[in-house]
Ligand binder design. Structure first.
Ligand code: SF4
Length: 275
């Protein structure tokens, strides 16, 4: 009798211990995961609540801080330094809360992450887009494709549209334009085709740097082969960001280059994707 009681008590105590430990471990894991997610902090350079040029419809555009490239024509050199002081250091949920203030305005558009290079902060982008999907907001990312790794590719799981900025098709030319060979951008285009994610290709046309007719034709032919590419945007070079170089004490690489003429860009813009 005594032995039976001891066995029963032992079993009960063992079960209680196992259940208690399981509950503690489960709760701890949940807390770690939740805290891990909420601790993602995005470094945000600036916000634009009624953007009309970075994707379809009216969009809430977020300019992320940091970029690994140094395009000669860049008009946002103030976004380059990922360690610079920024106006906003927000979690993905904080950014979504801000976006939701404008939800009625962007219902036919969505959100766009740009920069800088948003994929430098891939975890933030992924979580923000995941939250946007939960509330039915269209997601677009404007990227040079310069950063390619598992974390940047994971952002695509929640991306509706990619605005892929191809600096130049040929590696040596691309290095001259932006400092990198551009191969990752082309790899990203392959990945977007594989995943079936709609893509708009963008290309900045700079007199004497990226406006060679043969190279423009080659680029046009190259990207036209991809089913996911539904649009190509030829962006005319302008000089509106030059003053920022002066403010930052930087030399402007294209000093003296005039903006692309309206006539020239209207001819180039005849190269359109028809699908
Ligand atoms: S990728 Fe964009 S932000 Fe980065 S240097 Fe080029 S133009 Fe500037």
């Amino acid at each position: 009798m005594t032995l039976t009681v001891i066995v029963i008590v032992t079993v009960i105590v063992t079960v209680i211990v196992i259940v208690t430990v399981t509950v503690i471990v489960t709760v701890t894991v949940i807390v770690i995961v939740k805290v891990g997610v909420t601790m993602i902090i995005g470094k945000i350079h600036s916000l634009e609540s009624f953007g009309t040029v970075d994707g379809p419809g009216i969009r809430f555009v977020t300019f992320m801080q940091g970029c690994p490239l140094r395009c000669q024509y860049c008009h946002n050199p103030d976004t380059w330094d990922v360690n610079a002081e920024v106006k906003y250091r927000w979690t993905p949920q904080q950014l979504l809360d801000e976006v939701l203030r404008y939800k009625s305005f962007i219902k036919s558009g969505g959100v766009t992450l740009t920069g800088g290079e948003p994929l430098l902060q891939a975890d933030f982008c992924r979580e923000f887009f995941r939250l946007c999907r939960e509330v039915g907001i269209h997601t677009a990312i404007d990227t040079s494709g310069a950063v390619m790794n598992e974390r940047t590719l994971a952002v695509l799981d929640y991306t509706d549209l990619v605005l892929l900025d191809i600096k130049a098709l040929h590696p040596e030319h691309c290095k001259k334009v932006c400092g990198a060979d551009g191969k990752n951008a082309l790899r990203l285009l392959d990945e977007l085709e594989r995943r079936g994610i709609e893509t708009w290709v963008r290309h900045v046309v700079v007199p004497g740097l990226t406006d060679d007719d043969q190279q423009l034709d080659e680029l046009y032919e190259y990207v036209s082969r991809y089913q996911v590419v539904t649009k190509i945007e030829w962006l005319p070079y302008h000089t509106m960001g030059v003053f920022k170089y002066k403010e930052l004490g930087l030399d402007y690489p294209l000093d003296g280059v005039e903006p692309l003429s309206a006539e020239r860009i209207s001819i180039i813009r005849k190269k359109i994707i028809k699908k």
